[in-house]
Design a protein around this ligand. Structure first.
Ligand SMILES: [Zn+2]
Length: 347
């Protein structure tokens, strides 16, 4: 079968690899019908050294169950399923608390941690299939597939950002970043009733979608100028919740600049730093909380799925390009160049 491999920064190839096979009784084999490129794939695409590659890519997919191991009980051949970006058993102590990204099963991992498996491919072996996969009540060619695919990562991540920040109908929210996660953080905050949402982003077509998803204001300036603009829009105080959907140090500094006293910075952009201000002058003096982390999207699928099926939300609007596997290398470059927001793959 064909699959996407990243050899080193800027070097994505589509190659023939061995077909996946059932290795554990808890595995399922899934033929992938829809996949995509993630903003987080752009970090290794920008920086990965050659000695760390090649690695299989892709951690968001929908597909049809082709085969199951002897211990799989909840899935059957022919089921359409969506996979969260992490593998989990859905039964351990952490999964039961809704923290599937911290699952303790020895086979649990992020897809990105499984160098021999990936979702940007024709098929994939799914470990812990009963715990990981969620059955979808539609056909593989449903018009809802783009929106359902966002359950694998970006919608669930936006939802986690909003929940970890404590968004409710009394909160003002600033979202930093107009990538797919930033835009779906806007949608998720709106869905949870946020009173007022400011989106910080500078790409016009993206921020327009952000307005459609519920942002009342857009601030395109960054740094001190951007902070001043958000403060001006919020009575000088900033917002109760700030969602960092970028992960860079400038984004964190921007979050510190616009968070309201007593507020929460919720980070879902992968931090590109280990050292950051957390002391008296940054967080402590005004009781500012720091929250967030990898989203346990498996935990939120049951809550978000009905809103997609009913048409109440259309998160699939973040996909602005579609390609087959042959177009994946160009898709990476288009996303890196900000010519595409998010590329849907039909293997
Ligand atoms: Zn678990």
């Amino acid at each position: 079968m064909r699959a996407t491999l990243l050899y080193k920064a800027g070097d994505v190839r589509i190659e023939d690899v061995p077909d996946p096979v059932i290795e554990q009784p808890t595995d399922a084999l899934v033929r992938i019908t829809a996949s995509c490129i993630c903003g987080s794939d752009l970090w290794p695409y920008a920086t990965m050294a050659a000695h760390d590659g090649p690695v299989r890519m892709g951690h968001e997919f929908i597909g049809v169950v082709e085969d199951i191991g002897s211990a799989v009980t909840t899935l059957r051949r022919g089921d359409l399923v969506v996979a969260p970006f992490s593998v989990s058993d859905n039964t351990c102590a952490f999964c039961r608390e809704g923290l599937h990204t911290s699952c303790t099963d020895p086979q649990a991992d992020l897809w990105d941690g499984l160098a021999e498996e990936g979702g940007q491919a024709e098929a994939v072996r799914v470990p812990l299939a009963d715990g990981t996969l969620v059955k979808l009540p539609v056909a593989a060619d449903s018009a809802l597939v783009p929106s359902l695919l966002t359950l694998a990562d970006v919608l669930g991540t936006g939802h986690h950002a909003a929940v970890a920040g404590g968004v409710d109908e009394h909160t003002g929210v600033t979202v930093i970043g107009d990538g797919a996660v930033g835009l779906l953080s806007v949608l998720a905050a709106r869905r949870l009733g946020a009173e007022h949402i400011v989106l910080m982003g500078r790409h016009g077509t993206r921020t327009e979608l952000g307005r459609e998803f519920g942002a009342a204001e857009v601030v395109s300036a960054r740094g001190a100028e951007g902070i001043a603009a958000v403060r001006e829009l919020t009575g000088g105080h900033g917002t109760h919740v700030v969602i960092d959907a970028v992960g860079s140090m400038p984004a964190y500094e921007q979050a510190l600049g616009v968070v309201r006293r007593g507020g929460t910075i919720s980070r879902v952009g992968l931090p590109q730093y280990e050292q950051a201000p957390v002391g008296f002058g940054s967080l402590f003096r005004h009781n500012i909380r720091l929250a967030g982390g990898p989203a346990p999207v498996r935990a939120s699928i049951d809550q978000l799925l009905p809103d997609i099926l009913s048409g109440a939300i259309e998160p699939g609007k973040v996909f602005d390009a579609t390609t087959g596997l042959d177009g994946v290398p160009a898709g990476y470059q288009d996303m890196a160049d900000r010519n595409s927001l998010k590329v849907l793959i039909k293997p």
